[in-house]
Design a protein around this ligand. Structure first.
Ligand SMILES: CC(C)(COP(=O)(O)OP(=O)(O)OC[C@H]1O[C@@H](n2cnc3c(N)ncnc32)[C@H](O)[C@@H]1OP(=O)(O)O)[C@@H](O)C(=O)NCCC(=O)NCCS
Ligand SMILES: [Zn+2]
Length: 192
């Protein structure tokens, strides 16, 4: 059967993976067994997707990203070059914890992780959140939050399109794409 996705000849896809239609896997990648990658994703050079990791449709993984077991990306997640995920909060070479004890990390739909940022395991990055280059995320991130620094702190909010939002009386209109957001009990939501 002809494949409806692309894998460069320098990459390895282990047995038992699912790769969606239109996905492109570029040079020197390794997709490990049981990984499920959605449709229309792009994996840059030297990307590793570990066993059983789930990647939603439309994700973009830039060069040198490793998704370790326990990490899940919903759809349309952007991972900047060399950003780092983890799955063991207190690693020891001599006392490995094994798969069952890996901590889960969830990156929700539409979120972006900046270049060289680190996501400490056990946290959720909210929908459409933006993690600045080099930030270290060590707590859950709210939807639409812009997070900067080490440890990452809330620096504002961004639109689904990536533009900064300015709120007045709990409402914000994106100057670029014109979507509207509102805050409801300190949580940012998109208006219908
Ligand atoms: C966070 C980001 C979106 C902010 O962009 P911006 O809105 O144009 O921000 P500005 O340049 O106006 O900076 C605002 C402030 O935040 C600081 N800042 C900007 N980016 C920062 C970062 N990643 N970490 C810490 N501080 C940062 C600036 O120094 C400035 O500080 P000041 O107010 O004290 O002068 C951008 O800097 C960033 O990190 N983008 C990610 C880029 C990336 O990794 N792309 C990957 C694919 S190529
Ligand atoms: Zn917008």
């Amino acid at each position: 059967m002809e494949k409806n996705y692309f894998v460069h000849a320098s990459s390895y896809v282990d047995e038992g993976c699912q790769i969606g239609e239109g996905t492109k896997i570029w040079h020197f990648c390794h997709i490990q067994s049981g990984a499920r990658i959605g449709k229309n994703c792009s994996l840059g050079q030297n990307v590793n997707v570990s066993n059983n990791v789930v990647v939603g449709d439309g994700c973009k993984l830039q060069n040198n990203v490793s998704l370790y077991e326990g990490v899940e990306l919903e759809k349309d997640v952007f991972c900047g070059p060399s950003c780092v995920f983890t799955n063991d909060l207190t690693p020891r070479a001599k006392y490995p914890k094994g798969h069952a004890n890996y901590k889960r990390t969830l990156i929700r739909e539409g979120a972006s992780i900046g270049a060289n940022a680190t996501i400490v395991c056990g946290h959720t990055v909210g929908r459409c959140a933006m993690i600045g280059a080099g930030a270290v995320v060590a707590a859950d991130v709210p939807d639409f939050a812009l997070m900067l620094g080490v440890p990452a702190r809330l620096a504002g909010y961004v639109c689904r399109c990536g533009e900064r939002l300015t709120f007045e009386n709990g409402n914000a209109a994106c100057p670029i794409c014109k979507r509207n957001c509102k805050t409801v009990e300190n949580v940012v939501e998109e208006c219908e």
